[in-house]
Ligand binder design. Sequence first.
Ligand SMILES: [Zn+2]
Length: 461
Amino acid sequence: MTRSKIFPLLFLLSLSADAFALDRELSRSIFAELISIDTTNEHGNTTRAAQAMKNRLLAAGISEQNLWLGGSAPDKQNLVMRMPGKSSLDPILLLAHLDVVEALDADWTIAPFQLTEKDGYFYGRGTMDDKSMAAHFVTNMIEYTREGWQPERDIIVALTADEEGGNHNGVRWLLKHHREKIDAALAINEGGTGLIINGRYRTNNLQASEKTYQTYKLTARNAGGHSSRPANENAIYDLIDAVGAIRKYEFPLQINEVTHGFFTQTAKIVDQRQLREDLTAITKKRPSKRAIKRLSAQPYYNALLRTTCVATMLSAGHAENALPQTAEATINCRIIPGVEPSAVKAQLKKVIANPEIEITSVWDTIWSSPSDLSLVMPDVEAVTTSMWPGVIVVPVMSTGGTDGTFLRAEGIPTFGVSGIFTDVDDNRQHGKDERIGVKQYFEAQEFMYRLVKKIAGPRLP
Ligand SMILES: [Zn+2]
């Protein structure tokens, strides 16, 4: 064979070996378009981003009747797309938020609202949180449409507003006003990334639970008076005693299916012997007191082991020369999922042991229970192993929050998983010069492409 005949043949062979040929140009241009649209709550507009993605899907031949734009404010619209399945099995929902956290030009070394490729990274506000997932979902829907692939069950993509803040949270609004448009057997959401530790891909995290966020206000009151004649009773001293009691108190150990899975899996990849033994010990029926103590001394592990409450703000008094009439402390709690916030409030009251101190919830919080891992774990593990042999899937309970809480609270099991790997020491979400690795961006797209094909199959109930 001549050289000119060998090359086309090799080209064909390489294509067939890689059954999935991702349209990188398309993916990149959708991603760049999303990053270039300012969707901050301060001066941005999510409707423009939602409309741009609708246009992309229309241009790819997706019918107008399967695309829907709606929201509670003109500049806070959400896009919902439905890809009809072959059967009437419950749909799956792919959720990504379009809004991003504020980014100031002056704080960044490159323009935040423009996709810049540099040194193997894509830079821009939202490259990690959460526009990469939005771009993956949109591109993959176009890929599936081009292939003519029809899923077993409907696939819904929802791109929403105000996850990061603002008064028009798209998920809450959709659940309240158009539940039928996003109702699903389960949802895939942000909140789970892969971790690169010492340059190696180690874990693909699967978020199945989130701690409940609840803030309480403690108030001490007193008649006050002239500071030249101090009395024994004093609002500031009373409040300090109450805050001091909370400082000393430790909520009991509470391990659930998700954190049990987290400790078990993490123990497999930890190099440090003592830590590995402690993580293993904590999964036992009666964990050793020493292991609990050592892990509790590390803020992250402590946050996974129990409900935490911490003083975050103080205000008291009205004049330098007056006895204080009011003293207030803000106590921010992160509650283990499934525990009612009212129970935490009752416990704080007991700990403070002073009936004169008022405790009020700053708002009515939304709380949710962990999602059933068995719904997606086998598929996430299969795709992870096929793409990155040796990488383990680690169930995660977030100590912060995402829109997943609203879905879980409404009975839709929700899983944070993205296949996006980042270095464990390079987390720039919400921060300066946010970025995602170029290689990792495209790998995650393929991961999602494969995972959705599996999950949209008939296996789920
Ligand atoms: Zn986010």
